[in-house]
Design a protein around this ligand. Structure first.
Ligand code: NAP
Length: 247
């Protein structure tokens, strides 16, 4: 049941994170919002509270371990416990390898991989001790197969897939009742394309999203479904995208 669950969401200031926060808060979850843009988080938390929900927020850079630990503390101080984390923060400055955009490669590795690891490290002691917890993460259809132009982005998302599956298996073996859910979205209309600096990649992606993109509310529905499953059941993978996109 979602109601009264305390759920920490990274990358909650726009797109999928914002949509998930609003939906699960409307279903009674107590949400803890993190991202770098504090003004956006405040606005979203205010909207949730005005609609009768419960939300707190704090500036979070997922690449900084101390920030991740601090927002877990905020969740526990505000609501007494933490039940789930939605590891959603991510960047997609895609380009062909021949463009050699090494700074963007590093940035994607830092946010999309290290950010996930930092979030997991921050919740693991709590979830292990309480023998329950739910870890949800966003990979991508680019984490399921290879697409030209997304060598590094895709690599970070393949990492998420492997890591989450091993985490699920180890949790079952260790009897810690830590459940996992990995989401593989296709084209979802958010701010994700804004960080693309390679013009050819930006134009190509924009065409795909213009042709196929659907609302982040669809991904929020899946997050809510996963959170709502009974404690004895793990639905570990969800591939979700526009019905007319042959991803
Ligand atoms: N949209 C799609 O088609 C699609 C498809 C597959 C997978 N995904 C994945 O879905 C996730 C959410 O993306 P989105 O589509 O909703 O795009 P978005 O609107 O750009 O949202 C990305 C979120 O990540 C946050 N973020 C970025 N760097 C961060 C950092 N260092 N620390 C903390 N937060 C950070 C951003 O907030 P701040 O800038 O305020 O920090 C923002 O809230 C990403 O992991 C993305 O790879 C999206």
């Amino acid at each position: 049941m979602i109601k009264d669950k305390v759920v920490l969401i990274t990358g909650a200031s726009s797109g999928i994170g914002e949509a998930a926060a609003k939906l699960i808060a409307s279903k009674g979850a107590k949400v803890v919002l993190g991202a770098r843009r504090e003004d956006k988080l405040k606005q979203i938390a205010d909207e949730i509270k005005n609609a009768g929900g419960e939300a707190v927020y704090q500036a979070l850079d997922v690449t900084k371990p101390a920030d991740n630990e601090a927002i877990v503390k905020l969740a526990k101080d505000s609501f007494g416990r933490l039940d789930a984390i939605f590891l959603n923060a991510g960047l997609m400055p895609v380009s062909p390898v021949s463009a050699v955009k090494t700074d963007e490669w590093k940035q994607m590795i830092d946010v999309n991989i290290n950010g996930v690891l930092n979030g997991v490290a921050a919740v693991m002691p709590t979830f292990t001790e309480q023998k329950s917890g739910h870890i949800l993460a966003v990979s991508s259809v680019a984490g399921l197969k290879a697409y030209p132009g997304t060598a590094v982005y895709g690599g970070t998302k393949w990492f998420v897939r492997d890591f989450m599956e091993v985490l699920r298996m180890e949790s079952a073996m260790e009897g810690t009742n830590i459940r996992t859910a990995t989401l593989y979205p296709a084209a979802i209309n958010t701010e994700l394309l804004d960080t693309i600096t390679d013009k050819g990649s930006a134009d190509g992606m924009q065409q795909v999203y213009d042709a196929f993109g659907i609302s982040p509310d669809r991904i929020a529905d899946v997050v809510a479904f996963a959170l709502d499953m009974p404690e004895d059941t793990n639905v570990s993978e969800f591939t979700v995208g526009p019905a007319n996109q042959p991803w």
